[in-house]
Design a binder for this molecule. Structure first.
Ligand code: SF4
Length: 213
């Protein structure tokens, strides 16, 4: 029987991406092989409870919400993640996956909207990017750059242009919360006429770093 280690399941507003502001159930899987310097979910690196697919689906169902976001940690680090994503799709939910971009996204159910980070130099994990993932992105997906300084911005811009990422999927640029003033990133995006969506993390504006929000 497939079981996954779960840190938390909660109901909140989607804080990022194309569905920002929509009520969403978050399923946070435990564990991540990366250690980004700005990580705000280090509490999901360990612990968690083993749950069967039925138990997870039952908890999700209780919130009565049509959008589900599977997040982490790094969800794809658990063997059963693909099965969970497909089971949520089969149950009729609009499903998104937040993934670091360090693991192969190729086997993810095509009904899932993949929101994939590309780790910038300032994350400390740039070497972990699996660049082959870029060729797998489709219009259902989004690629996210979390930008901490000008070097990160230049790196992100170059990658965007080299790989014509905006022609594949939606591209999101966000400042590292507390490191880069949001208005500076907004001005760079406008100055350079970048075809990207600038975004702030809505849940941080509403609730700061409160867990389960
Ligand atoms: S990939 Fe995500 S969960 Fe893992 S260390 Fe980086 S920010 Fe944290």
């Amino acid at each position: 029987m497939t079981r996954l280690r779960i840190t938390e399941i909660f109901h909140s507003l989607q804080g990022e991406s194309r569905t920002v502001g929509l009520p969403t159930v978050f399923v946070r899987l435990t564990g991540c092989p990366l250690r980004c310097v700005y990580c705000d979910t280090a509490y999901a690196f360990s612990g968690g409870d083993w749950c069967s697919l039925d138990e997870i689906l039952q908890q999700v169902r209780e919130f009565g919400c049509s959008h589900v976001c599977v997040t982490g940690g790094e969800p794809l680090a658990q063997k059963g993640a693909g099965e969970l994503l497909s089971a949520l799709c089969d149950a009729g939910y609009e499903v998104s996956l937040e993934t670091s971009g360090a693991l192969d996204i190729g086997s993810v159910d095509p009904r899932v909207s993949r929101v994939m980070d590309l780790k910038t130099p300032g994350s400390g994990e740039v070497e972990r990017n699996l660049m082959g993932n870029l060729d797998l992105l489709t219009a259902r997906d989004q690629v996210k750059f979390v930008i901490g300084d000008e070097r990160d911005y230049d790196w992100s811009r170059e990658l965007l242009e080299t790989h014509r990422l905006h022609q594949r999927c939606e591209v999101l640029f966000s400042p590292v919360h507390g490191a880069l003033p949001a208005e500076r990133l907004a001005e760079w995006v406008l100055r350079d006429r970048l075809p990207v969506r600038f975004q702030l993390q809505l849940h941080k504006l509403l609730w700061g770093d409160e867990r389960g929000r």
